[in-house]
Write a protein that binds this ligand. Structure first.
Ligand SMILES: N[C@@H](CCC(=O)N[C@@H](CS)C(=O)NCC(=O)O)C(=O)O
Length: 239
């Protein structure tokens, strides 16, 4: 498995959480977001993540994660995690919250890492440090990226997703997750084992684990015990 990614991209980190959890070995190719020269093989689809599995290209994080499950099954590998019976209440719950990660959660996390000018700069410092750039490109992107994402976040993203206060929206989303997806009686949204929604939320959070956004979220919500359980289940990031 080869994963074409941006290191901090939430969608890519959903996929990585699943691969780590399943113990599937994979290589990553860090894509340069300006040139995207690494994606030369994909003329039509120009986003990340893209995964190549056994020579076959799969696009889009949700499609990739579903496909990984299917392939594990086909290969006769039991894999890990909650596997709800198709059509069951557990399957519906998984679908609903798995979709919520892309429709809501990701969009709540992103404005948080560009909330203040200092946070935007620190985020881009981290992003460019881990990205596929030479020194000159890094300096240029760190500044222009922080400036443009700060402006885009405040002028476009927050309005588009109805966010006034970034942190408040994040805490609210995590409270919703803990109360209605995980619930008071279960260890995970999947029950006693993580399902795809658990892996997706965990991946998105793990991507920002070095940022203030993450530590504030852990301090100001009750998501920490769930996150810690997920950390144990998923294990250390292999990439
Ligand atoms: N629905 C897609 C969304 C992927 C996506 O939006 N990726 C962003 C990076 S976070 C991207 O590649 N944007 C296009 C670009 O950078 O030009 C998925 O879940 O994989």
């Amino acid at each position: 498995v080869t994963l074409y990614q941006y290191d901090v991209c939430p969608f890519c980190n959903k996929v990585k959480a699943q691969l780590d959890f399943l113990g599937i070995a994979y290589d990553v190719v860090e894509v340069n977001p300006l040139t995207k020269s690494e994606l030369g093989f994909s003329k039509e689809y120009r986003k990340v993540p893209i995964v190549i599995v056994d020579g076959e290209q799969i696009n889009d994080s949700a499609v990739i994660m579903r496909e990984m499950e299917t392939r594990m099954k086909k290969a006769g590998l039991r894999g890990r995690g909650a596997r709800p019976r198709p059509g069951s209440a557990a399957a519906k719950k998984e679908d609903e919250w798995f979709a919520w990660v892309d429709s809501r959660f990701v969009h709540v996390v992103t404005p948080n890492i560009y909330r203040t000018w200092e946070e935007a700069q620190r985020s881009f410092d981290y992003i460019t440090e881990r990205g596929n750039f030479n020194w000159f490109m890094r300096q240029a992107i760190a500044l222009s990226g922080a400036a443009s994402m700060y402006v885009i976040s405040h002028r476009v993203l927050k309005k588009r997703h109805g966010i006034e206060d970034e942190r408040a929206a994040l805490y609210e989303a995590l409270d919703d997750w803990m109360q209605n997806a995980v619930g008071p009686k279960n260890a995970f949204c999947g029950g006693s084992e993580p399902n795809l929604a658990d892996l997706a939320v965990f991946g998105v959070l793990r991507a920002v684990k070095t940022f203030d956004t993450f530590s504030d979220a852990m301090e100001n919500t009750n998501a920490k015990p769930w996150y810690e359980r997920m950390r144990v289940e998923v294990g250390e990031a292999t990439r």
